[in-house]
Ligand binder design. Structure first.
Ligand code: NDP
Length: 247
């Protein structure tokens, strides 16, 4: 069962894995764990200082591969930012084995009647359009890998619409669709493409959404990584077009 997948030592040895939103929350925990399992991790985020702390945490792991940092604000990145990133990855690694679309923003919780149009655009842009653009520019590098794996991050509200969750919920529905479409289009190449719904996790985003809830009752990011590791490693090589629940 992927939720309880017990990643063996060295599972991701020499795998080149890019994680978006690696500066905090689930992305940060996943970056550290994939590095512990041998991966060469590219830490993407918008805040260089926060990414450097994750870099240091990985450097402190004995035997870990030195990570790379890719600073790019998904809200403002343009075509040049994406192609520059792809070119530098091509030069440094020559391929990409794993791409984890984890970065995301919550946006306002408001009824549609009042939902701010600018906020709507921003949430859809960061959560959905940026994942499309990044995937597209990185496909040639993914095709250079033997068993490439792409993971999108969904949510419970990406499967059933939730009142007041507006653009966030819509962006996660769109993410599920993007994942299914890409999975079908790429099946003949051997690339696998799946979605993960992490479930309720003790992060800044969850706290912003539910400020009054008991934080201690929530799983930590470190406790929900099994499904991600399963999808990144060779044990999932037949799995594509799925949407998994991490809890
Ligand atoms: P966090 O807010 O803790 O982390 C979000 C990450 O995304 C941070 O690294 C953040 O960077 C980055 N990010 C946000 N906006 C941008 C941007 N414009 N450009 C680049 N990076 C950006 O959230 P979680 O760890 O909780 O969420 C991770 C994923 O899981 C998201 O896709 C979320 O929707 C999904 N999810 C989370 C759930 C939960 O309970 N926590 C439940 C269901 C889904 P910075 O550090 O600079 O802010």
């Amino acid at each position: 069962d992927h939720k309880n997948y017990d990643a063996p030592t060295g599972l991701l040895r020499d795998k080149v894995i890019l994680i978006t939103g690696a500066s905090d929350g689930i992305g940060r925990a996943l970056a550290i764990e994939t590095a512990r399992l041998g991966a060469r991790v590219i830490l993407h985020g918008r805040n260089a200082a926060k990414l450097e702390k994750v870099y240091d945490a990985i450097e402190a792991i004995e035997g870990s591969e030195r990570p790379s940092i890719a600073v790019m604000d998904l809200a403002t990145a343009d075509g040049t930012s994406y192609s520059t990133l792809a070119e530098s990855l091509l030069e440094e690694f020559g391929r990409l084995d794993g791409l984890v679309h984890n970065a995301g923003i919550l946006g306002n919780r408001q009824p549609i009647e009042q939902y701010d149009a600018g906020e709507w655009q921003k949430v859809l842009h960061v959560n959905l359009t940026a994942a499309f653009a990044l995937t597209q520019v990185l496909l040639p590098l993914l095709h250079q890998a033997e068993q490439p794996s792409v993971i999108f991050t969904s949510s419970g509200v990406g499967r059933v619409g939730k009142p007041f969750w507006g653009a966030y919920s819509v962006s996660k529905f769109g993410t599920e669709a993007l994942s299914q479409i890409l999975a079908a289009e790429q099946e003949h190449t051997g690339m696998r493409v799946n979605c993960i719904n992490p479930g309720a996790v003790r992060t800044g985003m969850r706290l912003a959404a539910y400020p009054a809830e008991d934080r201690d009752a929530l799983k930590t990011p470190e406790q929900v990584l099994a499904s991600y590791l399963y999808l990144l490693g060779p044990d999932s090589k037949e799995i594509t077009g799925q949407s998994l629940d991490a809890q």
